[in-house]
Structure formats: structure tokens, C-alpha cells
Design a binder for this molecule. Sequence first.
Ligand SMILES: Cc1cc2nc3c(=O)[nH]c(=O)nc-3n(C[C@H](O)[C@H](O)[C@H](O)COP(=O)(O)O)c2cc1C
Length: 426
Amino acid sequence: MSHHYSKSTFTTAQHEVPFEMEEIFFSRTDERGVIAAGNEVFRRVAGYSWDELVGAPHKIIRHEDMPKGVFYILWERIKRGMATGAYVKNRAKDGRYYWVYAIVSPIEGGYVSVRMKPSSEVFGTTRALYAEMLKREKEEGISPEESAAAIREALKTLGFSSYGAFSSLAVTEEMQARDKALGRLADGRLQSLKDLLPTLEELNKQQNSLFESFAKIRSIPSNMRIVASRLEPAGGPISAISQNYRLMSDEVTNHLGGFRVEGGKRSLTESVMARVFNGLFMVATSRLQREVREVARADLLKHTERDGFQTEVEVLTNLMDRYKLESGSVLSSVFTDVTALTRSAKDLRQLVTGLDSIRVLCRVEAGRLGAQSASLIPVINQLDTFHVEIDAALEQIMKLADRIKALVEEAMPRSLTGSIYGSADY
Ligand SMILES: Cc1cc2nc3c(=O)[nH]c(=O)nc-3n(C[C@H](O)[C@H](O)[C@H](O)COP(=O)(O)O)c2cc1C
């Protein structure tokens, strides 16, 4: 396209198109990404006329600094019906650039992209990542698909389990940074959901250490039985105790299965974490959609938009309603999962208390046998050590589970926690 190489390109390419933090802009496309409509801020920042934009592919504002892999991921996800967030550097008609954080949502017959000005720390991290990917695309000649895989890999090393997890955190950070910059009140719900993530990670760690302790315990009852058989007939009660201990610890191990989902492949906390990421994305996006729709409605009333803008307000209203519903249902499924998690932790503690009493019985019986039981003592000492470990892990798990539940309750829309005050905000 000739305008990309006009004379002004060389004088303005280093410059940024200014726009305000408050300004939110959007565009709507058909299924192939051909622009159908948008708002005035979008047109102004891109620097084109409506005649030039409507009917043009969205890549009309593509910037050469953008790695191809980002668009590969975007299209791969939106074609599957998944709303997707991405940082995008765009190029205005006069060659200047502007960065946005965009959320592209599939709608009937096409897509809507809503954009805000990025300013969080994640933005800085992402720019560095894009620069590295662009370099690799150029130097190694990797395909868009390979670049997409490399981006996902790089995000993993940055600590994001998936692109979805990354975009959930990015949209949350951007909304929070924007609230701060605009002097708005911090969003308590977003913060509560965000606080859930490190808490869930800690819970996952504690769960794994519990799994390890139980794995170590498994050999103990048979060791006990061997020792007890040497003490026959005095070892009879010890045999019975070890038998009981084994049955009970089997039950505990089975119960640990309750912390696993998807045929044992994933822990319940990992699955809750994935839901929390989804919840963060939905809650943050829902807020952004509400705002863009309010702005669009006000602009319609002020007659500052083009004829036919009423349709766009309707599209945005539908999208806003959809996000409101979806964010509510994602949060309620997080609540259900977390309730299951805390119940599982409580049941487990009860079982371990039972196991503990068998351990005490064993000690008592060894004491009764006196010197005869010398060979039993190391086995019992071993049991004691494991029980101390297990108690410590369980105590942590209970504390974390309570904290998780409280955070989820704080993040819930009021209508879902059954409050009489007003309707859901999301
Ligand atoms: C709703 C929607 C909005 C989009 N917005 C942009 C945009 O702002 N900038 C951009 O470069 N690409 C945008 N794209 C992606 C483009 O369609 C295109 O994939 C991209 O510019 C890269 O071009 P290429 O796929 O031909 O390499 C958008 C796509 C959709 C569906």
C-alpha cells in the first residue's frame, strides 16, 4: 500500500499518535477481519477517513514491528469462539505508531475489538518479548505458526501456564493501571481474584508435599507387621494395629484422589487456577465492555458519531450483557470448585486424625511390651516424623482453603452471594 511508504513515513515513524487514557475505541469486522464499523476515536487515531477504513482489511493499520505469531494466536483463538486479549502496535496512515491493549470478541457474523491505552508493567514485559520474537522471525525465518509456538514457550518461562493465563493477567493489570491513572477507585473484585492466584499456588505446593508424605508412609505398615511377627505371640496386637493403619492409610490415599481431576492428570487446585484466570478475564473484560458501551451510547446521544451508529450501540449492548452473564457464571463455578476443595481438605483432616490415633495406639502397645519392642521403636519414630509433616501440611491447607474461600466470596457479584442490595455489577 503506497501510503505506508509516503514521504511522511520517514519523518514521523518514530513518533507516537497521542490519545488519552480515558479514550476507549472499538471496531467491528466481518468474519475475515474486514472493517465494517467503529467509533470516531478509532478513526481519528488511525488517521484515515471512513471511506478508506470501511471495507478495508484490518491489516490496513498493521505495524511492521508486530511479530506474525501474535496474529496467528489471535486468529487461532477467535476462530474457535474464544475472546482474546493482545497488545498490538498499530500504524496510523501518516506512519506514526500507537499501542493498544485489544480484546477481540467473536460476535454473530464477525468480531468486535475494544481497545484501551496500555500502561502496566506487563506491557513492558510484552514489548521486550515482541522485539525478541520479531528478531527471530527475521533472522531465523520462522513461520507464523512457529513464532506462535515460540511465544507460548516464552510465556511459559515467564511463569504463565498458557496464552489465556497471560492475557487474563494482562487485561487485569491494564484495567488496574488505568483505574489508578484516571484516579478511579481500585476494583476490589479484581484484586481479590488476583490475590487468589498466589494462594492457590501455595495450596498446590502444600498438596504436593502431602502426596509425598503419604507416599513415604505406605511402606510402614508392612515393616511393622514384619517386626510384629518376630514378636509372636506378644506381637499380635501390633499386627492388628498395623493392619488397621494400612486400611486407614489406603482410605486417606483414596481420598487424596479427591484433589485430582481429569482422571488424575490435573490437581483440583490447578483446575481452580484455570477457572480463576478465566474469571479474571471475564470480570475485567466485562467492565471494559460496559464502559465502551456507555461511551458509545453517550456519543450517539451527542450526535458525534456517524449515521447508523445505533447498530453499534446495540452490538455493544449485546456483548456487554453476554459478558455480564458469563463473568457471573464463571465466578459461581469458581465458588463451587473452591467449596469442593475446602470440603475435601476438611474430610482429609478428619481421616488423618483417625490415622493419628492408630499411631498413638501403636506407641502405647510398644510401651506395654517394654524391652521386647526395641525393634519396633525406629518404625514408630518414623511414623511420628511423617505425622508431624502431614499435620503441618494439613494445617497450612486448611488455612489456605479458608483464605481462598473468603477471597472468592469477596470477588462474587452481590446477586450470586444472595445479598439484598442491588443487582450484579458484572
Ligand atoms: C476485530 C479485529 C480487529 C483487529 N485489529 C487489528 C489491529 O488493530 N491491528 C492489526 O494489525 N491487526 C488487527 N487485526 C488482525 C488483522 O486481521 C491481521 O490478522 C493482522 O493485521 C496481520 O495481518 P496478516 O494476518 O495478514 O499477517 C484485527 C482482527 C480482527 C478480527
